[in-house]
Design a protein around this ligand. Structure first.
Ligand code: ADP
Ligand code: MG
Length: 242
């Protein structure tokens, strides 16, 4: 059953066409890894899914709700899709626990004590129970990103969107973030992940999509696509990221 459906979806910024009539259907439980040159539209594609950007043509349906249906429905879609950014984007004046508890309190109206208990359980899940009362500035980049993942999970999304979640991290800190993501995938979370981590794509991805100029140029099995790239441009791209 498809949980995200792009139907001839386009996105323009002025005259610039960034998504060009994309057709893409993502099923529950898939781990879709999205790759492609800088500027090919990967971030925009993710941002359209949770309404951070508005589509300008076609339609996009998330868990049965069209992003065209208007503001109130958009709030609902935002709760279906949790997003993790390259630059963690934690609230600096809040502790790790407060960062994670904030969303449920605000968007779901969860009582404070319950939100804190849930937040603590999520911090434990990402291996940071003992850092609950630390501020972001007191945490490493890898720890901050794991808090950001816990914060996104706190709204109980059906889909998790990751936009280059390890690109700002030193190599030794990337792994702790990737391993949390691997665990989520194993639990059956539907995920769309923009990343250059091809080992992750091979081991965890159930589907690999190569984007070029706002279009999906190759879509297939990660191991097959990486092992035997069906296009010269994909082969060139892979040689540059690995
Ligand atoms: P990617 O994530 O693949 O690098 P993006 O989706 O960020 O690509 O960007 C695709 C294109 O859209 C780029 O040319 C970028 O400059 C342009 N773009 C992205 N966001 C905006 C914006 N808010 N206003 C104008 N142009 C934008
Ligand atoms: Mg991007």
């Amino acid at each position: 059953m498809s949980i995200i459906e792009f139907r001839q979806t386009s996105k323009h910024f002025g005259d610039l066409k960034v998504l060009d009539q994309v057709d893409l259907s993502i099923d529950a439980g898939q781990v879709v890894v999205l790759i492609g040159p800088s500027g090919s539209g990967k971030s925009t594609l993710l941002r359209c899914i949770n309404g951070l950007e508005q589509i300008t043509g076609g339609d996009l349906v998330v868990d049965g709700i069209s992003v065209r249906e208007g503001r109130r429905r958009l709030q609902q879609i935002r709760q279906e899709a949790g997003m993790v950014f390259q630059q963690f984007n934690l609230f600096p004046q809040m502790t790790a626990l407060e960062n994670v508890a904030f969303g449920p309190r605000k968007v779901r109206g969860t009582p404070a004590a319950e939100a804190r208990a849930q937040a603590l359980a999520l911090l434990e899940k990402v291996g940071l129970k003992d850092r609950a009362s630390h501020y972001p500035s007191e945490l490493s980049g890898g720890q901050q990103q794991r808090v950001a993942i816990a914060r996104a999970l706190a709204i109980r999304p059906k889909v998790m969107l990751f936009d280059e979640p390890t690109s700002a991290l030193d190599p030794e800190l990337k792994q702790e973030v990737l391993s949390v993501m691997r665990q989520l995938a194993q639990e059956g979370m539907t995920m769309v992940v923009v990343t250059h981590e091809m080992a992750f794509a091979r081991q965890v991805g159930t589907r690999l999509i190569f984007m070029e100029n706002g279009k999906i140029s190759v879509d297939g099995d990660p191991r097959e696509m990486i092992g035997n790239p069906p296009s010269g441009r994909l082969r060139d791209f892979l040689q540059h990221v690995e």
